[in-house]
Write a protein that binds this ligand. Structure first.
Ligand SMILES: C[S@@+](CC[C@H](N)C(=O)[O-])C[C@H]1O[C@@H](n2cnc3c(N)ncnc32)[C@H](O)[C@@H]1O
Ligand SMILES: [Zn+2]
Length: 450
């Protein structure tokens, strides 16, 4: 028991209150005294005569349940600056911000395999585009828990390109599963992974290895199951209509008989997955900032909801129930400020889940690859992902960065664009050229070999 150390503290505070003879009903100082156990909070030197003191006196027993002694001491030091703020609403806002930040840091410390230099590289607070050369699995494995705000990517489509060769589809899916499981850990809670993948026409190399074994492999469907088993919730599937595409499948015209007809596959999936890791950490009421809240049932899979039990809370329902909220609602509602409004044209463009935009044309009239990369995806995809699922200054990571489209768009939209790419020798030149072309000659590019 770290709390009940100095019995005199409480008496001292009471005397102090009497000397000041402060009558402040809004802050309810008498309640403060009765709540104030002789504990760390009493020793933390935080002023009792402001709203932060009020929050802490109501919340102290819960704080002690949530953090250990050393962490709590650190927390009190970190929030001390809030006592200088007079506006109650700003006090609540700052307290919640610091509390969420602190619980996040505490959770991140539970992961012991992160590589310090790599994490520092990713977290650097500048406007550079960050290239990590390495294997997505190894890199992700070395990143802190829940330290990336959004992931957007398009994976290698099994053996569709010469740079990717798996012995069979199962080996491919096994590798992808490992990467997706790590991505789940690294993605911040209640955040989103936007995953663009198309079905392919190929040989699975399991049932037959002959050229006749080619068939449509539903990568989209396979990935949904993998994502769900890794903990993600499947939320949406945009059908990206690519228009008239070149496809080996369009051979049916010459045999106009039954059972010879197969459509040309003209769409790719843009899958939207949410991460909701059930986190039972107590979070402060967004209205009064106190931790006097009770756990409710989970409103959605993986989302713990709470109800404020502070009788003095500024908002109560008609039936006198306290404010109901979750960590997710705190995060999303705090983000509803003018600066975060999404351009209505983008909202309109992505209103339906079937939509058309042109794929990146990479082969010129002479049949040459103009981009130096064989599978770039159009800017439309990261543009939607970043606008819909992140705030300015947040970290956007593409684990299969390819031509770095996601990182480039992130950078343009004021986010921190980071990409992981395996094939440095093959793509470095093309990637640097692409970034310079899209951002400008003076683009700040930082590289990290992992
Ligand atoms: C379909 S492309 C990505 C396309 C990308 N969205 C773009 O716009 O360029 C997949 C990329 O993943 C890379 N890759 C394949 N396996 C990888 C791995 N294990 N780790 C990191 N990158 C990998 C490939 O070299 C390729 O550049
Ligand atoms: Zn409240």
């Amino acid at each position: 028991m770290h709390g009940l150390k100095n019995c005199n503290v409480r008496i001292k505070i009471y005397n102090k209150l009497k000397t000041y003879q402060i009558q402040n009903t809004a802050l309810n100082l008498t309640e403060n005294v009765s709540f104030c156990q002789d504990n760390l909070y009493s020793e933390s030197n935080i002023n009792y005569f402001n709203y932060l003191g009020n929050i802490l006196s109501i919340s102290e027993k819960y704080l002690e349940q949530t953090f250990n002694y050393d962490d709590l001491k650190e927390f009190y030091t970190k929030i001390k600056y809030i006592e200088d703020i007079s506006d109650k609403f700003i006090v609540v806002e700052e307290f919640i911000k610091q509390y969420i930040h602190f619980t996040k840091e505490t959770y991140q410390k539970t992961y012991k395999r992160s590589a310090k230099k790599l994490c520092e590289f990713i977290q650097q607070n500048d406007s550079s585009i960050k290239i990590i050369w390495g294997d997505a699995y190894n890199v992700l494995k070395s990143i802190d828990n829940e330290s990336v705000h959004l992931m957007v990517t398009s994976p290698p489509y099994y053996n569709a390109r010469d740079y990717s060769t798996w012995v069979n589809i199962n080996e491919y899916l096994k590798d992808m599963r490992n990467i997706i499981e790590e991505a789940y850990r690294v993605l911040d809670n209640h955040r989103v992974f936007v995953f663009n993948v198309g079905d392919i026409f190929d040989n699975d190399n399991i049932y037959t290895k002959s050229v006749w074994g080619k068939r449509r492999l539903p990568l989209g469907a396979y990935f949904i199951k993998i994502f769900e088993e890794a903990g993600f919730t499947f939320v949406d599937d945009f059908m990206w209509d690519k228009g008239e595409v070149q496809s080996e499948r369009n051979k049916n015209g010459s045999t106009p008989y039954p059972f010879y007809q197969y459509p040309m596959n003209c769409y790719e999936h843009i899958l939207i997955f949410h991460k909701h890791r059930l986190d039972k950490t107590r979070y402060p009421c967004p209205v009064c900032g106190t931790l006097k809240v009770n756990g409710n049932t989970q409103s959605e899979i993986g989302i713990q909801s709470w109800e404020c039990k502070n009788e003095k809370c500024f908002v109560r329902s008609k039936s006198n129930r306290g404010k109901r909220f979750s960590l997710k609602s705190i995060i999303t509602q705090a983000g509803q400020i003018e600066n975060n409004k999404i351009d209505h044209n983008i909202i309109k463009k992505w209103r339906r889940d079937v939509m058309k935009f042109t794929p990146v044309i990479k082969i010129n009239s002479k049949g040459e690859n103009t981009l130096g990369h064989t599978a770039p995806f159009p800017e439309d995809i990261p543009e939607m992902a970043i606008n819909f699922f992140s705030y300015p200054n947040e970290i956007v990571l593409d684990p299969f960065a390819g031509s770095f489209t996601s990182a480039i768009v992130a950078n343009k939209l004021g986010r921190k664009g980071v990409g992981i790419e395996l094939n440095k020798n093959k793509f470095r030149k093309a990637i640097l050229t692409n970034i310079h072309k899209k951002i400008g000659f003076f683009a700040d590019i930082k590289e990290f070999d992992f």
